[in-house]
Design a protein around this ligand. Structure first.
Ligand code: ADP
Ligand code: MG
Length: 708
């Protein structure tokens, strides 16, 4: 056993007084390996312990209070069955109350009528009855020296409840934290100066840790949490801003020209007048493209907002300045669709387009790549195949990535390195524009994607209206099918979306069985096909092509259709088991219909069984605003899960919670921007500790190793 005086922040949990090897193992499995880990393991909430109360007082405290009752056991009762329950009534001078233990057969023979006991636990209400559930208890010895809960004042103490596991309870973690807290706090240095903290009304770091583990009251706990949350947000923001400053120092992109005559020329090419929303984002993009600082911009706009025209405009700016542009789509089909659309718009112009596909013959491909390298192609379209080594541009100025709603951070990195250029201090790279229809919630766009500039198309082009969305129960599904049939009879088309491919024990409709059922039943006589991710790419493209050309009436599909495909005659979408899909996904899916003249109708078929699922169905039926949906999604799922922030290796937040801490985030962001402007490498002496901790938390995933 180690003594307190030799304790370090890196001391292993095994060596903490009172933690044996079994408990240490359990702590390690929770990710708590050393003293510092314990310090950072924050309570998820607190329970107020009221100390000893009479039965009468306990009754007035109501449910959820934690208190101690001392009295004599009057009766005991053991119920049989799988969930053996043990009950005892305890009487003091003011009344009688019931204690209940679930799954506690070992209590038999331990507790007898006539014993005086002290029981501590939470009061719960069952109907009219208040009772204490699963209390801790002890027998009061014959000669009761009054030891009534010395450390629990009458107004109660806040007891921390820690994230725990089956092997190690919150109470054990509390003990372990208690054993190290004071000596460990003496070792905690603050990376923020007194002056800075005073200005922000933040407590010292050691204070914050003390008060979050052992708060005197709620206000102390909240103040401590605010400091720790601010630290996390500040570190992240500083990391992102350092990265940005570093990029600006070491990377250059071609500065393009934009002026009124070029604008007139480009706008004149488009078959419609750009909306004010599109104009606004084009101005932002053009502002970036005309400087040598590489653009790193996200263009978000709901499905059908008209992002393609904006991308085309930007690419034509590159062409007007005698540079090349590339447009990358997530699927071959989408790349082809872009090619067809853009080829149509540019008919008769001198802009030379190329489409690189996987199905090209070798000779064709070679010829295309040659023309690309000699600069005879102005705009190249394709899938991720554009990222391969053999694809070399002559003067690539802009890369547009379409429908990037699962952020492949890594992929973007490869792409950005593709500029070529001379061996100089600074690297020449193209500008990047990433487009998405899944908006990043505002709060999140300030964090992980803080080094992206964001442009938003806020309104749909005239005449485009979001799909009407209705919810039907499983039993009413047949009405949806009838409706779809009536639309098909008028020459329109339908999607029927299912959540799974295979038959499974879950009892969900799988795609093959469901296709058969629909073909022979509700859709007899219609032309149906199934589309899913297990088909190989050629098969998928072939089926999708037939659907687009009107040779199929309905597609029974998984979410493979989620992205981008434009089929103007598809006006109906039926989503089976809609409660199984995420919010953003549902919104994305219904964006696939009503892309022509007629308004789309989306029917959600679902019998939601949880409150959460019900809320999701209500949200999606109730709003067509992608931004609102994204914020709701963030609330429900938490930021880690969205956009693969976890996979990116970003240090997790222990204290900060978004969107709850948005205000704190704003403050941290503002400070970080100022800080990095003042000290682009955080190399000033007072920043040394901050810098060290920052690099530890975010250096790797942000690639900040070379910032020093
Ligand atoms: P998304 O943002 O989902 O990629 P698209 O670029 O495919 O949307 O545009 C959706 C539809 O709206 C297309 O058919 C496009 O031709 C049309 N569109 C885009 N901009 C305008 C506009 N300013 N006026 C009228 N129609 C437009
Ligand atoms: Mg699009």
């Amino acid at each position: 056993m180690s003594t307190v005086s030799t304790l370090q922040l890196t001391t292993a949990v095994e060596r903490i007084p009172g933690v044996g090897s079994r408990r240490a193992g359990a702590l390690r499995r929770l990710g708590l390996r050393c003293v510092a880990d314990l310090l950072r393991h924050l309570p998820q909430r607190y329970e107020r312990e009221l100390g000893e109360r009479t039965v009468e007082e306990a009754a007035t405290q109501g449910a959820d209070a934690i208190l101690t009752i001392a009295g004599e056991v009057e009766t005991i009762r053991m119920s049989r069955g799988r969930k053996a329950r043990f009950e005892a009534t305890v009487r003091d001078e003011t009344g009688t109350t019931l204690l209940t233990w679930f799954n506690a057969p070992w209590l038999r023979g331990k507790l007898h009528p006539g014993q005086r006991i002290r029981a501590t636990g939470k009061m719960k209400r069952y109907g009219e009855w208040l009772q204490m559930v699963n209390p801790r208890w002890e027998v009061i010895e014959e000669d009761p020296v009054e030891v009534a809960d010395g450390d629990a004042p009458r107004d109660g103490r806040l007891r921390p409840i820690y994230p725990a596991s089956e092997d190690v309870s919150s109470a054990v973690i509390e003990l372990a934290v208690g054993a190290i807290l004071e000596p460990a706090l003496r070792l905690v240095d603050d990376h923020l100066t007194d002056a800075y903290r005073a200005e922000r009304e933040l407590p010292p770091l050691a204070d914050a840790y003390r008060k979050i583990h052992r708060p005197a009251d709620e206000a102390e706990a909240a103040g401590a949490r605010r400091r720790l949350a601010f630290d996390e947000l500040l570190m992240l923001q500083l990391g992102v801003m350092l990265k940005r400053a570093h990029r600006r120092e070491t990377q250059r992109a071609p500065a393009l020209v934009a002026n009124a005559s070029i604008d007139e020329h480009i706008a004149g090419r488009l078959p419609f007048t750009l909306t004010a929303s599109q104009r606004e984002v084009i101005d932002e993009i053009a502002g970036d493209l005309t400087t040598p600082v590489p653009m790193n911009r996200l263009l978000q706009g709901d499905v059908g907002a008209g992002k393609t025209a904006v991308a085309l405009y930007a690419m034509l700016l590159a062409v007007a300045s005698e540079h090349q542009a590339a447009l990358m789509a997530p699927t071959e089909l989408l790349a082809e669709q872009h090619f067809a659309t853009i080829d149509g718009m540019l008919a008769g112009s001198s802009v030379r387009l190329g489409l690189l596909t996987g199905s090209m013959r070798a000779a064709q491909r070679r010829e295309l790549l040659e023309r690309l390298e000699t600069g005879e192609i102005d705009i190249l379209m394709g899938t991720h195949a554009l990222l391969t080594e053999t694809v070399r541009f002559r003067r690539l100025a802009l890369v547009v990535v379409d429908e990037q709603h699962r952020f492949g951070v890594h992929q973007r990195a490869t792409l950005r390195a593709k500029g070529g250029g001379e061996e100089t201090q600074t690297v020449e790279i193209p500008h990047t524009l990433v487009m998405t229809a899944t908006p990043i919630p505002r709060t999140l766009s300030l964090t992980v994607f803080g080094d992206l500039d964001v442009s938003t198309i806020r309104h749909l082009p005239p005449g485009r209206r979001p799909a009407v969305t209705r919810h039907l129960s499983e039993a009413q599904a047949v009405r949806a099918y009838e409706f779809a049939r009536s639309r098909i009879a008028r020459g329109e088309q339908a999607f029927i979306v299912v959540p799974v491919i295979d038959e499974s024990e879950t009892g969900l409709k799988d795609i093959t069985t469901h296709l058969k059922h629909l073909e022979t039943g509700p859709f007899a006589g219609c032309r149906l096909a199934a589309l899913h991710g297990r088909l190989d790419r050629d098969e998928r493209d072939e089926i999708m092509g037939r659907f687009r050309d009107g040779q199929l009436d309905a597609l029974v599909a998984t979410t493979v259709i989620e992205v981008g495909v434009d089929v103007p005659r598809a006006t109906v979408m039926i989503i089976e088991h809609a409660d199984r899909f995420g919010l953003a996904q549902l919104h994305q899916l219904r964006g696939r219909i009503g892309r022509g003249a007629r308004r789309g109708v989306c029917v959600l078929v679902a019998d939601p069984t949880t409150e959460d699922a019900e809320a999701r169905i209500a949200a999606i039926a109730g709003t067509t605003d992608g931004f609102e949906i994204a914020e709701r999604d963030l609330e429900i799922r938490g930021p880690g899960e969205l956009f693969g922030a976890k996979q990116s290796g970003m240090a997790p937040f222990f204290a900060a919670r978004l969107p709850r801490d948005t205000e704190l985030l704003r403050l941290a962001r503002r400070d970080a921007i100022e800080w990095v402007a003042r000290s682009p490498r955080l190399s000033d002496e007072p920043d040394a500790l901050l810098r060290k901790r920052l690099l530890k938390a975010h250096g790797q995933w942000l690639g900040l190793g070379d910032v020093g």
